[in-house]
Write a protein that binds this ligand. Structure first.
Ligand code: PMT
Length: 396
């Protein structure tokens, strides 16, 4: 495993039915470029086999405090020294109790006590066990000791009951590991992002909208969250699941998007305007479905407010990042837009390849000039954009 420390995690699996989800978690961590070693408790082996976890991690699995495969016979020390994080998932009530009290009578609890790196736990148990004062006391003690507690979530439980105690899904745990390993270049900054299309009503069933999928804006929201920002996402209609940011506001029309932006812009440090906002709205939308007849139908359109221009014109504007979607003359039109809207930074992309696609190829324009980014998945483009913003950000 030729990876730096901040790309290696030790996954500790304890005895709970949610252990059956850990092979998928290991697979997703691997896909995110994170190397995984697995250590299991005896009870965990009742729920998932070491063979399965060895197969998906491509690494030997550990569970014996006296494992002689480690040259100095000190697995409890060696296993965590090359790791950037220990994640215990699922973390049973019993194991949380052990951690809270510093007990170490097996390999995993001993590694956790002997660690130098951060520790995160993903609790998973029956709702009564989770709500029990003893568990709550133990969890609070872990928090006080600086341990991160990820979840649990509410929902259906394996025992047939419904309530708090479900382990977070592998995807949610994976995104938290990625965040834990990301440099906090926007730490503590409040970032407001608009994303997706707007939806301008014509009648009860029809509207003017566009082909923006929201992928670029949602990726930027995720990248800013990974970088430590407190993110508010104002989204037009999309089919996407939002990233786990502080606040998500769903809107339809440009007017609604403007109102949502205005409601929080005063407490925003950085505004990133990714939404493809309709330039016009229908002057008199019909409450009823417009009936078809033989005549030409004329719909009157009136200009929408320019949300980005109105924010950058504020007396104390946040640091504003604009986007430009152009079908030709990318550089010329983008730089003209940046100057007209008085933006410190603008990201330009080609309409033909950006709308709806999974990849993008942004060109950034700022006072220092033109900075083309290599074509990459939108989440990678978003991370590069966030790094660039952090490198030139100045409080306005
Ligand atoms: O959502 P995806 O499918 O992932 O596609 C991403 C994208 C192509 C939509 C995105 O990368 C992008 O280019 N967004 C801006 C699209 C756009 O409307 O560009 P524009 O050149 O028309 O607008 C310029 C800037 O003004 C943009 O920051 C826009 O958000 C803002 N604007 C425009 C009009 C308006 N009434 N209010 C605005 O705030």
């Amino acid at each position: 495993m030729n990876l730096p420390r901040d790309k290696r995690v030790l996954l500790g699996v304890t005895g709970g039915i949610a252990a059956y989800k850990t092979p998928e978690l290991v697979r997703q961590l691997g896909a995110a470029g994170i190397g995984v070693d697995v250590a299991m408790t005896e009870a965990a082996r009742e729920f998932v086999t070491p063979v399965t976890l060895q197969a998906v991690s491509g690494r030997p699995v550990w569970n014996d405090l006296w494992d002689a495969r480690v040259p100095n016979n000190m697995a409890h020390i060696e296993l965590s020294r090359d790791k950037g994080l220990i994640l215990i998932a699922p973390a049973s009530a019993d194991f949380i109790g052990k951690l809270a009290n510093g007990l170490c009578d097996d390999l995993l609890s001993t590694v956790a006590l002997a660690r130098e790196c951060p520790l995160a736990v993903a609790p998973a148990m029956n709702r009564q066990m989770w709500e029990h004062p003893a568990t709550q006391r133990n969890v609070q003690r872990l928090r006080d000791d600086g341990v991160e507690v990820w979840g649990p979530a509410a929902g259906d439980q394996a025992c047939g009951e419904v309530g708090m105690g479900r382990m977070l899904e592998p995807e949610q745990l994976c995104e938290r590991v990625v965040r834990a390993f990301t440099p906090k270049v926007l730490d503590g900054l409040r970032v407001l992002i608009t994303a997706g299309p707007t939806f301008e009503r014509i009648d009860a069933v029809r509207a003017i909208t566009n082909l923006s999928s929201g992928k670029m804006g949602y990726s930027i929201a995720r990248a800013a969250w990974e970088a430590g920002a407190e993110v508010t996402l104002v989204s037009g209609p999309t089919a996407l699941q939002p990233p786990p940011v502080a606040r998500v506001e769903h809107v339809a029309s440009a007017q609604q998007m403007l109102a949502a932006v205005n409601s929080c812009v005063a407490t925003t440090d950085i505004f990133i305007s990714v939404a493809a906002v309709a330039d016009y709205h229908v002057l008199n939308p019909s409450e009823q479905k417009i009936k078809k007849d033989a005549h030409i139908l004329t719909i009157e359109l009136a200009p929408n407010p320019d949300i980005l221009a109105s924010v950058s014109a504020l007396a104390n504007p946040p640091f504003c990042v604009g986007f430009a979607a152009e079908s030709e003359n990318l550089d010329e039109f983008a730089e003209a837009k940046r100057r007209r809207k008085r933006l410190p930074l603008l990201a330009a992309n080609l309409v033909q390849t950006a709308f709806g696609a999974d990849d993008n190829e942004l060109v950034l324009f700022d006072d220092q000039g033109r900075h083309p980014l290599p074509r990459a998945p939108k989440i990678e483009q978003a991370r590069m954009l966030v790094a660039h913003i952090a490198s030139i950000y100045e409080p306005q």
